[in-house]
Design a protein around this ligand. Sequence first.
Ligand code: C2E
Ligand code: CA
Ligand code: CA
Length: 402
Amino acid sequence: MVTKKVLLIDDEPIALRLLEHQLFNLGLNEIRAYEKATRALNALEAGVNDVDLIFCDLQMPEMDGVEFVRHLARIGYNGGLVLISGHNLRVLQTAQRLAEAQHINILGVINKPSTPEQLLNYLDNSTSPAMPAPRSENTVEPADIERAIKAGELINYYQPKVAINTGELVGVEALARWRRPSDGLVYPDQFITVAEDNGLIDALTQSVLKTALKQARLWLDQGLDLHIAVNVSMDNLDNLDFADQVIALTSAAEVPPSKLVLEVTESRLMNDLVAPLDILTRLRLRHVGLSIDDFGTGHSSMAKLHDFPFSELKIDRSFVHRADSDDSLKSIVEASVNMAHRFNMTTVAEGVEDQSDWEYLRQAGCDIAQGFFIGKPMPADALGGWLGNWTVLRKTLINRMH
Ligand code: C2E
Ligand code: CA
Ligand code: CA
């Protein structure tokens, strides 16, 4: 059965919003959320087969989960049920047996807080367009990339960057995708290196930049005051015209250069730093934001902070997720944040995957967060829907912090 319509019941608003948000990010958009089991029950009685899947909390005042399950059996609910609880697993398992005894199709139990991986187990895969598709095994030929760029098959996905203190959307990162007619969406790990190795990265970056700036203009016109970040590889920075080209593109798109951030990664060691230094300094003089990407990995190191006029430091996701429960990761994150602030740089944590990552980073004094917990990379036209959903969760998250 394809899971489409989902009903959530949890008396804790934050848990409810979080679950709703996670399911939304997994591609479900027909979600009804209730804080009271009685209301959910009324809705179900009006159309019991309008719902494919129910997530229900066990501990609730008024009507608890066990009583709710009894009513489900009475009204002949035949969709799936997942029970959730902050209690230990034994209570959940007992409740599960109770539901089975009443012939309810119980799919499983979840200990709060739920993770996207757990939720995914209970959803039909076909409802999860937001999850990365299986990556293609086909090798990519340089000529294919060249043709794809010319044919306009490269598209941008955008991933939100939000301020940790307020939850406010402050920017998006453009991430290249290749919509390949033969086999669907191809991810950058399949084509960026090939482009870099075959002299195609300049054309690729130009294409991504142009699309991103055009989109930024549309968002600015809609009143969304966003920074737009574009990835640049060090190989782009060997041509002294690069700074002028970027500035020309911003003015053609009528986007102030200060709205653009270039995220610079260095995948291989550069011997000659004169050209990159010239280019980045000139861009910074024009108020283009410069981010040192994947900080702490590869050649993205402290020496670069000293040499280049970066305005933003992006802590690599390998240090971010689960940092709160790992002392060595914590040291890395905190040292990065402190150092960045001494350089007057903004810090961005990428790979924020769950609420504990989020809360830890806030406490560590990081400025901006990006990751699956907040939102996955998405097509431009999905941003509005995401923003509506995030605005609700954001309020609950921020209220709880104050
Ligand atoms: P990156 O710059 O480090 O971009 C972040 C990557 O992390 C993205 O992968 C994004 O989908 C993924 N990500 C975001 N949040 C999370 C999270 O919470 N958990 C996990 N596990 N992953 C998360 P993506 O889109 O596959 O891009 C991979 C890399 O390809 C990028 O890494 C970037 O280095 C490169 N890339 C993408 N687009 C471009 C481009 O236009 N030009 C260049 N030169 N490189 C690009
Ligand atoms: Ca990046
Ligand atoms: Ca990274």
